[in-house]
Write a protein that binds this ligand. Sequence first.
Ligand SMILES: [Zn+2]
Length: 147
Amino acid sequence: MHTESPIDRLLERLERVKATGPGRWSACCPAHDDKSPSLAIRELGDERVLLHCFTGCSTADVLAAVGLEFADLFPPDSRAIGHANPERRPFPAADVLRALNFEILVVAAAAGALLEGKPFSDDDRTRLTLAMERIETAVSLSGVNHG
Ligand SMILES: [Zn+2]
């Protein structure tokens, strides 16, 4: 029987963990070949842990990659499990931007090529479409309004 909190259990298994604010971290995603940290992690007031890979790995993939299960994201005697409402805006915009760093560079490079009148290859288009999808998903997670 150990008394580790869920957040410690997770963080000790991740690479390049960096605190980004109170109860917030970024790290490299263990479920894909992550070159810049695209995993955002939050600890909620009741010790529950939220995580999200901004390149699209599911939480289940991330947990499996480090040998944990969903139950490991909850404190041991958690009455929260059955009642936990998923948060509509789980991650602050600054964390989302940090995690999206690479996708934003992809889009910026494409915009530069477009302005110079350079042709796009099919691969360029596919990669650009993927970047747009990731950015859209991330914006909705940050709760930023399209207004
Ligand atoms: Zn990932």
